[in-house]
Write a protein that binds this ligand. Structure first.
Ligand code: PMV
Length: 351
């Protein structure tokens, strides 16, 4: 299976090549939590691709001894190096030509580093887009987005959902054609018009570093008392969500999305060691959203990552009402009143 991404064709290597791409973050609706082997998911997940939260990366490859430099806006960032070194090692089998190049990588995030928003999805996706683009130029073939997603997965699991499409499924699911544990597949065609312009406003409750790294987090599912039930629930939730997305069924969408967020946190609260990643303000926001939804009927809901920040998801037509809710009630729960307005996007793009 993995072999489909090994190079069979001859390469036309050049002395120097520079490419520049941008890739967005994504927000999972059915969550990936638990992995095995080489970054293989314990259950399938589906996400909305974001737009405003992006990483923009330029890679210059020069023929010579393998090595790399990494900078952020031109300033060297040696603390980013271990992750990139591990990434290059993992992709070497699939892109052996990288051994013949030195890479100068410069990167920039459109969202602040200290926002508590993980940049691993967008940064690994964009780096993989750059590598795959170079390879397609060496082979004289079209850019292979599945390979880019496959490589991104080796860098950071959820990054494989940031390459192509407004909605992406990663992980084998019986009812999702073409789905694979190895890469994300574009399922934009699932989206009823209601979901094609969805908004995600990220309320920044805690801008600090993650309390639980993803590596530690996924490990918590090994031997977790509820693991088996959780993994099969994710399959069931994905089946139901797929239908809801197709039907424009916002009610079912809300039910599954919020339940998935709380289940992710429930898994963390019931693992060993156990963690509470929500903050009191996270709960206050959730209660405000529920009260507002009940009172007004506006179909706004929340989801959470492995942290305290709240993603508010809602249709475009309700933007004004939700803005009013944020200004009057929710901004006060955010650190320094900060939140990020994002919406559904289409994936990685060449700059
Ligand atoms: O891609 P990772 O290893 O950082 O894991 C991401 C896990 C969650 O964000 C909590 C869920 C998901 O599916 O994105």
């Amino acid at each position: 299976m993995e072999n489909q991404f090994k190079l069979a064709t001859n390469l036309n290597l050049v002395d120097q090549i520079t490419v520049k791409w941008q890739a967005p973050s994504n927000i999972a609706l059915v969550k990936y939590w638990g992995k095995h082997g080489m970054q293989l998911p314990a259950n399938p997940s589906i996400s909305f691709t974001l737009d405003a939260c992006r990483t923009i990366t330029t890679v210059k490859a020069t023929k010579g001894d393998h090595g790399f430099t990494i900078s952020y806006d031109g300033v060297p960032k040696p603390d980013f190096a271990p992750k990139i070194e591990a990434y290059f090692k993992r992709i070497l089998d699939y892109c052996p030509w990288i051994a013949q190049y030195h890479f100068d990588i410069d990167t920039h995030n459109t969202f602040p580093h200290s926002s508590g928003i993980a940049s691993s999805a967008s940064s690994m996706a964009v780096l993989s887009a750059c590598v795959t683009d170079m390879e397609s130029q060496f082979t004289g073939t079209d850019m292979d987005f599945h390979k880019a997603s496959f490589l991104a997965r080796l860098g950071s699991g959820s990054a494989c959902r940031s390459l192509q499409g407004q909605a992406v499924v990663w992980g084998k699911h019986d009812e999702v054609t073409g789905s694979s544990d190895l890469f994300g597949v574009d399922k934009s065609d699932y989206l009823h018009p209601t979901f094609q312009q969805y908004h995600d406003t990220i309320l920044l409750v805690d801008k600090g570093e993650k309390v639980v790294s993803s590596t530690v987090g996924h490990e918590l599912m090994n031997g977790h008392a509820f693991a088996k039930a959780r993994f099969s629930q994710a399959h069931e939730n994905l089946s139901q969500l797929k239908q809801a997305l197709k039907d424009g069924d916002v009610e079912t969408f809300i039910k599954i999305t919020e339940s998935e967020a709380l289940t992710l946190h429930a898994m963390m609260m019931t693992s060993h060691p156990y963690f509470i990643l929500m903050k009191p303000k996270t709960l206050s926001i959730i209660e405000e959203i529920w009260a507002f939804r009940k009172e007004t009927g506006v179909p706004v809901c929340f989801t959470l990552d492995a942290g305290a920040n709240v993603h508010m998801l809602y249709p475009h037509e309700n933007k004004e009402a939700v803005d009013e809710l944020i200004n009057s009630k929710l901004a006060q729960y955010c650190q320094n009143g900060h939140y990020i307005c994002d919406q559904i996007g289409t994936g990685a793009k060449k700059c």
